[in-house]
Design a protein around this ligand. Structure first.
Ligand code: ATP
Ligand code: MG
Length: 263
């Protein structure tokens, strides 16, 4: 009899230990790896949903491979000591209540870990927002942060703005495009992934600028990732708004060669 109970307890513990790896709250959570750590935990459901692909992480639009990233477990930390010194200090500002600045993650070389780091920052913000709200007795926002894939946004733009696009293709793309734009211009914390689009029409660029202008005017922080230097990107903005972006934004350089395909 005793051995059966031992077996059950062991099994229950094993399930619990595995489960914490699925939750971005596992670092700060005091219940992580206890028998209360399972997929019915209200905070797990709030973050990841009942099926594990929803909740606030799902609403943030993060690609699935980034959903459990934190700045501590980020593979991009390796070889980016200088960038992660800045990133670690930056994450602390999520908890202090000080005004959160913007960051521009830059490397000319692709595959250096900019998007990975931006995704980890999104998860850190989400965690800090959720825990901070609970501590203050407030209801956490359903979507405090959003991953804006600028390349995908441009693909949607092209899908409805080319001549002779069939209506059944154009309409869903246009609906997605304008819905994304509304979210990107107003969400409290935005990742603008791959902002340095080349080959953009004037009309598409005007939409990009409109999103960024609105955020800057409202003092909302943004993490940009880009393969073009911030100074070059800012030349595309009018001087007044470029100054305001520069004032509130730190540029972080990612170094070395592409790590793509290493894992
Ligand atoms: N230091 C690292 N060690 C191991 N793998 C890494 C490291 N940095 C990044 N990677 C991996 O390399 C791949 C590319 O990273 P990521 O997409 O973040 O690069 P990026 O800088 O955004 O690239 P791009 O400029 O093309 O957008 C990912 O699979 C990521 O996990
Ligand atoms: Mg990238």
């Amino acid at each position: 009899m005793i051995s059966i109970w031992k077996g059950l307890n062991y099994k229950r513990e094993a399930v619990a230990i595995n489960h914490s790896a699925n939750c971005i709250l596992s670092g700060p959570c005091t219940l992580a790896d206890t028998d209360k750590c399972n997929r019915m935990c209200p905070s797990y459901v709030a973050m990841h949903g009942y099926a594990g692909d929803g909740g606030r992480v799902g609403a943030a639009g993060l690609p699935s491979e980034y959903r459990h990233l934190t700045v501590n477990n980020s593979p991009a930390r390796t070889g980016q000591a200088a960038a992660y010194t800045v990133v670690d200090k930056y994450v602390d500002t999520f908890k202090t209540g000080d005004r959160i600045k913007s960051l521009y993650l830059y490397s000319a070389e692709p595959g250096t870990g900019k998007t990975t780091t931006a995704a980890a920052l999104l998860n850190e913000y989400l965690t800090a927002h959720y825990i901070g709200c609970l501590q203050r007795g407030e209801t956490p926002l359903e979507r405090p942060t959003f991953f804006w894939d600028v390349n995908e946004f441009q693909r949607d733009y092209n899908a409805f703005s080319r001549p002779m696009v069939p209506r059944e293709t154009a309409e869903p793309a246009a609906a997605r495009y304008y819905r994304t734009m509304r979210i990107a211009e107003s969400v409290p914390f935005l990742i603008a992934d791959d902002i340095g689009v080349r080959d953009a029409t004037d009309a598409f660029r005007a939409d990009l600028h409109s999103v960024i202008n609105r955020r800057v005017v409202s003092g909302l922080p943004t993490i940009y990732t880009s393969n073009i230097p911030m100074a070059e990107m800012l030349r595309l903005f009018d001087a007044r708004i470029a100054d305001r972006i520069r004032d509130m934004c730190g540029e972080v350089h990612f170094v070395g060669k592409s790590k793509r395909g290493r894992r």
